[in-house]
Design a protein around this ligand. Structure first.
Ligand code: HEM
Length: 297
């Protein structure tokens, strides 16, 4: 097989099924300028309108059923009463679905992109992940799928993904409402004010993460970081409900990628942009090399 046919060029960061700006729109509207995101907002509004049409059709169908049952996300949202004991409006349902698309897809895509980036840049980290993954892979029969026990064994790989999310958190910030007046670091925050918490600066506090810019997955060994010092998934009772699913998604993806390939970045000093999630400017193009080839880079 020729050198060229054995290698594939793929673009990881830009690999979203919807145009990237559609995923960004809901958060961008409140945080970023209208000029920068006017197209994103327009697209999001268009998507929301389309969703409302689909939701109306589904609602009509469900109303005609004698015993409607939940069989997917949309029927689940439509058949569940909200906090006020009422069924959701079509608009509210569309917002719920768009929220889930942004919360569940963009975030995991960013976490994977940066894990792949760091694995390309740090061969000793790649070797550690490869070793852990091949131990699991070698114990598997032909075609045997990963199971929960295998996922639990991928602790080093998860530490690597956690460290990637520490340095490049997919969600940059969030808002919390003060339930009572309080003083923090000399500033008084009155009850009812919205406080913006930053994942980025929390994750890089040198008091808890010495040499904060250095990639070091061993930070997560043992008991790992102290509570509320590492917050890519937020914290408290509104902590990300999708975090275990995200762990599964990230580990299964990395397992399958590392089992078959090593890779190198095609743009060595690719610039990172924030809009608002971190994103490699060129979409992190990489060159994949299968393990079973003797060709060199
Ligand atoms: C690497 C992947 C992910 C990251 C980094 C992430 C991050 C976050 C963060 C920072 C929050 C705010 C938490 C807070 O306010 O304390 C959040 C909330 C949320 N996430 Fe995730 N998330 C990820 C994956 C997912 C997935 C896969 C889903 C669903 C399938 C999901 C669904 C949600 C939902 C519904 C909320 C709102 C929870 C609430 O307000 O009660 N997330 N996520």
């Amino acid at each position: 097989m020729s050198f060229k046919r054995r290698w594939s060029h793929v673009s990881i960061g830009a690999d979203l099924p919807l145009p990237r700006h559609q995923h960004l729109a809901a958060t961008s509207e409140s945080m970023l300028t209208w000029t920068t995101f006017s197209k994103a907002i327009k697209d999001a509004r268009f998507l929301r309108k389309e969703l409302v049409v689909i939701i109306k059709e589904r609602k009509t169908r469900l109303e005609k059923e004698e015993n409607p049952t939940v069989h997917d996300l949309l029927s689940g949202i439509l058949l569940t009463l909200d906090a006020n004991g009422k069924f959701r409006t079509e608009e509210d349902t569309a917002d719920q679905i768009m929220g889930l698309l942004i919360a569940g897809h963009e975030t995991a895509s960013v976490a994977l992109t940066f894990t792949i980036k760091y694995l390309a840049e740090l061969p000793h980290v790649y070797r550690g992940v490869f070793k852990e993954i091949m131990e699991i892979a070698k114990a598997k029969g032909p075609g045997e799928m990963l199971n929960w026990g295998d996922i639990k064994k991928m602790s080093y790989t998860w530490n690597v993904a956690c460290e990637a999310m520490r340095l490049a958190p997919p969600a940059q910030m969030g808002f919390k409402e003060a339930l009572s007046d309080f003083t923090f670091d000399g500033f008084t925050i009155p009850k009812g004010w919205k406080a913006c918490w930053s994942v980025h600066s929390t994750n890089k506090d040198p008091e808890y993460f010495p040499n904060p810019e250095q990639f070091d997955p061993t930070r997560f060994e043992g008991n790992g970081p102290a509570p509320y010092t590492y917050v890519p998934f937020g914290g408290g009772h509104r902590i990300c409900p999708g975090r275990e699913y995200a762990r599964l998604e990230i580990l299964v993806f990395i397992y399958n990628l590392v089992k078959k390939f090593e890779w190198k970045k095609l743009v060595p000093n690719e610039r990172m942009t924030f809009n608002p999630s971190p994103s490699p400017e060129n979409g992190l193009p990489i060159c994949l090399k299968p393990h079973d080839t003797s060709s060199t880079w």
